[in-house]
Design a protein around this ligand. Structure first.
Ligand code: HEC
Length: 211
């Protein structure tokens, strides 16, 4: 009986170890296949050029997964003040057709606030994202009394929808640093999994030895 339990213990331990290895190899395989950059020099460059890390997922990454139809639904929050059809009338806010890529305050004849028009640059994807996170923070004193969209997916989807109304700009390339981080995360996860397996194996061994 004692012997049987010991054998059962070892079989269990072996099974856990095998399972662990398959999880582990799956993670490494995945990391290798889709996330590992071609050359390692590339990774270092990417990490060095990464931004200050304020934004967890860059808008370029979000846009790659964005859904225009879902964005149209999000835009319902804007239609109280904005039209977005070609030649649409201004309301409380300006018509937003073809607004991406245009300067701040792009509709001639709309009475924008100085807070908005005094901002340099144009409505690129990152600026539009920052604006939609919080119009008040982006342009303190703006006339757009809209709190902002808290969810990154909502912003990505609505920006994709807006882009599809006239602008049709190509999406920015996701930064390389992100790939490096993703690979690092996958490896770290695999390490944790390996540690867990090792611990479980020790536990199983201990249990088996005790019996
Ligand atoms: C309560 C009314 C209101 C709502 C709701 C609203 N906006 Fe606005 N929006 C404005 C006003 C007013 C301005 C002009 C701001 C200024 O001049 O400071 C504006 C300006 C803008 C601009 C700048 C356009 C340009 O020509 O530079 C964009 C882009 C914009 N809104 C997008 C949105 C989106 C997207 C939503 C929905 C998620 C939204 N707005 C919701 C009132 C609104």
């Amino acid at each position: 009986m004692d012997n049987n339990n010991t054998i059962a213990g070892w079989v269990l331990a072996g099974g856990i170890a095998a399972l662990g290895f398959s999880i582990l190899s799956g993670k490494y395989f995945h990391a290798d296949k889709s996330e590992r950059p071609e050359t390692m020099g590339f990774v270092i460059e990417g990490v060095e050029s990464s931004d200050d890390g304020k934004e967890e997922v860059p808008m370029s990454m979000m846009l790659a997964k964005a859904d225009v139809a879902a964005g149209e639904a999000v835009f319902k929050k804007c239609i109280a003040c904005h039209t977005i059809n070609d030649g649409g009338a201004n309301g409380i806010g300006p018509n937003l057709y073809n607004s991406l890529g245009k300067p701040h305050g792009h509709v001639a004849g709309f009475a924008y606030s100085d807070a908005l028009t005094s901002i340099e640059g144009d409505w690129n994807f990152d600026n539009m994202n920052a604006w939609l996170i919080s119009p008040r923070k982006y342009a303190p004193g703006t006339k757009m009394t809209f709190a902002g969209l808290g969810k990154p997916e909502d912003r990505a989807n609505v920006i994709a929808y807006m882009n599809a109304q006239g602008s049709n700009l190509p999406y920015p390339e996701p930064p390389a640093a992100e790939e490096a981080v993703a690979t690092e995360e996958a490896v770290a996860e695999a390490d944790v999994a390996a540690t867990e397996v090792a611990e479980e194996t020790v536990e199983a061994d201990t249990a088996a030895a005790a019996e």
